[in-house]
Design a protein around this ligand. Structure first.
Ligand SMILES: [Zn+2]
Length: 460
């Protein structure tokens, strides 16, 4: 009997990445991500694993983002005891991201119990800090391109995908067939991360399609950042940058330092106000083997790439709140990236009513988030139990992205020396996945299908 693959998540959507590879006694998961966003998706996180957790032999994890890794503690809670293979960078990031995800779950449950906002009595966390710590002991880091055997007769390796630190494509050889899973594909020619490595061949390919129907806007993020800093200087106010802790915060620090070096902006105090971003930045600095040529050049010159001249870190909440009484101009980088929580909220409460304040959004703002409301021009927003009037200038920079766009996905597919026998499009909203499938079919003349949720396919 030949191996089969079942799409258990990130099929028709961009979260919950999870694919089940099975052959005889071999039972492996590619990724084990949380569903995020809409309620009906999030509710799926509570269902028992469609494959009994104790029966799973191992997990091959493409990268640390929670929509790819965040269901691991839950799987551990249900009895999964196998190894979790990933790169060293991913292993380091998991150590901060899984406990953080658990803490958010615990806080949410505690809030629901205190305010009786849940129909469940008592409300329980999806998983606990202890669950997260438990699965972290099962992590087995392996180097990029190092072949390992996750099950008898099966070999695998991770290939740099250029998405975030540690991110890999997964190549698995099973029953004489080669499966390549793109994980999340990164971009070409961006600072910090290397370009995605080409893969010459696969029998079956799973490719992500987050931006399968779109091209990123032209790179103007240096201009946008310069304009935002210039306004803060001119108004003697604060520039608030809500940012994701892993990846984006390091890009912002890197760009601020580069703009200072080029004398395009003055050196303002820059406060990195996020414990997770502080740790993630240290982890990025600790993995020089993953740095691209730009980053290596900066390091060779003796500079610290993620350190603008007057960078400060705010470890404690007290450090963070102290900024409320500090005069600008200055820059605060804080989470969460969509202003759904985190320390950015108390800065918003304090600074949004002040017209001297500038806000710069540097990432995707999902529907229903405060970030989306603000970027759409809301004149007031609710947070921390208050209605906060908005007099600050709200600026947006849309050209930051850690995902390949349509052109970059095609560029990466162009690295194959022969077409895969079958290509499945995963990790995309239906329009994006369909657009990519049509393009692959018509332009490359490959056999390509949009993966359906729950669908089981033969690799034979
Ligand atoms: Zn990702």
């Amino acid at each position: 009997m030949s191996a089969t693959l079942t799409f258990l998540g990130a099929a028709g959507t961009v979260t919950g990445s999870k694919h089940f590879l099975e052959s005889g006694q071999t039972r492996l998961l590619l990724d084990c991500g949380l569903f995020q966003g809409l309620k009906e998706l999030r509710q799926r996180n509570w269902a028992p694993s469609p494959v009994p957790a104790p029966s799973i032999g191992g997990v091959l994890l493409s990268h640390a983002h929670i929509d790819h890794s965040g269901a691991l503690p839950r799987l551990g809670r249900e009895g999964f005891r196998g190894p979790i293979y990933c790169t060293g960078g991913t292993a380091d990031l998991l150590k901060i991201m899984l406990p953080d995800a658990a803490r958010l779950q615990e806080e949410e449950a505690e809030f629901a119990n205190r305010h009786q906002t849940s129909k469940h009595q008592p409300a329980l966390p999806l998983f606990t800090t202890a669950d997260a710590e438990g699965v972290l002991t099962q992590v087995r880091p392996v180097g990029f391109n190092e072949r390992f055997s996750p099950a008898p007769g099966v070999t695998a390796r991770f290939i740099n995908s250029g998405h975030i630190l540690g991110a890999g494509l997964v190549e698995v050889s099973i029953d004489g067939r080669t499966v390549v899973f793109s994980g999340d594909l990164g971009r070409y020619g961006v600072p910090i991360m290397r370009d995605p490595d080409p893969v010459p061949a696969a029998d079956v390919l799973l490719v992500e399609s987050t931006y399968g129907d779109r091209l990123h806007p032209a790179d103007d993020h240096h201009d946008r950042l310069t304009a935002a800093v210039a306004r803060a200087v001119q108004k003697k106010g604060w520039l608030l940058i809500p940012s994701f802790a892993v990846g984006r915060s390091q890009e912002i620090l890197y760009d601020l330092r580069a703009l200072e070096d080029a004398s395009r902006i003055p050196s303002l105090p820059v406060y990195l106000d996020s414990p997770m971003a502080i740790e993630a930045t240290a982890i990025y600095a600790r993995h020089p083997e993953e740095h691209d040529e730009d980053l290596k050049r900066v390091e060779a010159s003796g500079e610290r790439p993620f350190a603008p001249k007057r960078v400060r870190i705010c470890k404690s909440v007290k450090d963070s709140k102290r900024l409320n009484d500090t005069d600008g101009p200055g820059i605060i980088i804080a989470g969460s990236g969509m202003a759904t929580g985190g320390r950015i909220l108390h800065h918003f409460v304090r600074r949004l009513p002040d017209e001297r304040t500038t806000v710069l959004f540097v990432g995707y703002q999902a529907a229903g988030t405060r970030g989306r409301l603000l970027r759409e021009g809301a004149r007031e927003v609710r947070m921390l139990g208050q209605v906060v009037p908005v007099s600050a200038a709200i600026l947006v920079s849309d050209s930051y992205s850690a995902h390949a766009d349509q052109g970059e996905i095609l560029r990466w597919l162009g690295g194959f020396t022969r077409p895969p026998e079958t290509t499945y499009i995963v990790h995309g909203e239906p329009d994006a996945a369909t657009a990519l499938q049509e393009l692959i079919t018509t332009r490359l003349k490959w056999r390509a299908f949009v993966a359906q949720d729950g669908q089981r396919v033969s690799l034979g």
